[in-house]
Every structure is written in C-alpha cells, then in structure tokens.
Design a protein around this ligand. Structure first.
Ligand SMILES: N[C@@H](CCC(=O)N[C@@H](CS)C(=O)NCC(=O)O)C(=O)O
Length: 212
C-alpha cells in the first residue's frame, strides 16, 4: 500500500500525520502551502473539490483505483478502522470515544480556527466577534478540562483518536490568544500527549513547513 499525505503545518493536517505515525504506517508527504493558496491548484482540487487539506491517498498498487480521502475526521476513522488502532471495539467504549472525537471535530477545531481569525488574521477585529469567538473556545476548554479531571484521556482510560483529533488544536492555543494556565487538567494532558514520540514526529510534518 502506498500512502500519500497532502497537507501543511496546520492542526487539521497534523491530525493525520500524528495518526499515521501512531499506526506505524509509511507515507509520502506532499506539502500544500495554504498561505500560497496551493490548495486551489487543479491537481489538489481534483483530489478534494473543497480545496482544503488534509488529503490522504491510498494506492493498493493492484490496479484498483486509489482511495482518495479528505476531511481529517474521516481519515482518522478510516485509519483506525483499517489498522484496529486507537478506537475501541467494545460498543460502549467506542461510543464514548466517538462523542469526544466529535467534540474535537465540530467544536474545538472550528472554534479555535475562528478565534485565530478574529484575534490575529482578520484585517479588522471587531470586539464583538473577538469576544464571541474566544467565549466559544473558553467553553470548550472548560469542557475538556472538566473531562480530564476524572479520566487520563478524552475517550476515557485509553489514548484514542479523540486525543489525536484534539491535540494539534490545543497545541495551537496561542492562536486563540489563550494559555492553558486556567485549565490545569488540559495542560497536563497536552504535556503528556505531546511527549509521545509518534505525536512529536507527526507534528513536525511536513518537514520545514511554516504557517507564516
Ligand atoms: N473540516 C476539515 C477542515 C479542513 C481545513 O479547514 N483545512 C485548512 C487547514 S487546517 C485549510 O485547508 N485551509 C485553507 C482553505 O480553507 O482554503 C477537516 O477537518 O479536514
């Protein structure tokens, strides 16, 4: 199986590189510099009509059409299902991991991205937009912090795809003008997850990429 990852030094991209590393899978890296708008190049749009990264292409090399996947959550679940890694099989444990995975996919990531826009990237930063977006980040940080007061990982007792989906966004907390001082359980979790060798390797991809 030949796997090709397309992405940049972004949290959604690093979800996938961390997962590939955690699963011990080999992959080629194609940098797509979103600041240079390379995500809109015809060859990238042919893979993902949304014009976004990450993208993962799996080519079995047996003449069958390659599997082209976009959306970081779909890629994480595909890798978990095909390798058996980081997603419990038992129904209850799996459902719990899914719930926290959805929090990372639908709240943590989008809210932090919006806060990055309204605190940093936007040419104008209306106070109402800034306060609203930061309020959403604070609310989800409190939720994660409360959760991590009673369990070591977001899905429960074991490290899972929910942690993989959440970590790259929490690691970019400065994007939302936040530190983790007010959320000690989240800070301890981030330190623990960030020390995993696979996480360190995945977060460093694509090599040399900078989101300037
Ligand atoms: N829901 C998508 C979001 C993907 C996304 O927004 N990717 C960003 C980088 S983190 C991107 O490609 N931005 C460039 C653009 O939107 O044009 C996912 O989880 O994969």
């Amino acid at each position: 199986m030949r796997r090709t990852f397309y992405g940049w030094a972004t949290p959604n991209s690093n979800r996938v590189t961390v997962m590939l590393e955690e699963c011990g899978l080999a992959y080629e890296v194609r940098g797509v510099n979103i600041r240079r708008r390379e995500q809109f190049a015809p060859e990238i749009l042919a893979l993902n009509p949304y014009g976004k990264v990450p993208i993962l292409v799996e080519d079995a090399g047996d003449g069958s059409p390659p599997l082209v996947l976009f959306e970081s959550g779909a890629i994480l679940l595909h890798l978990a299902e095909t390798t058996g890694a980081l997603l419990p099989r038992e129904t209850r444990a799996r459902a719990e991991v899914m719930a926290w995975l959805m929090v990372a996919l639908t709240s943590l990531g989008p809210y932090t991205g919006q806060a990055h826009h309204w605190t940093d990237l936007a040419p104008e930063k209306p106070e109402a937009a800034r306060a609203y977006s930061l309020g959403l980040v604070d609310r989800v940080y409190r939720l994660l912090d409360d959760r991590l007061a009673s369990v070591p990982y977001l899905g429960g007792t074991a490290y899972s795809v929910a942690d993989v989906a959440a970590y790259p966004w929490v690691a970019r907390h400065a994007w939302a003008d936040r530190d983790l001082g007010a959320t000690p359980n989240l800070a301890a979790w981030a330190a623990r997850v960030g020390q995993r060798p696979a996480v360190m390797r995945g977060m460093a991809q694509p090599e040399g990429a900078v989101l300037a």
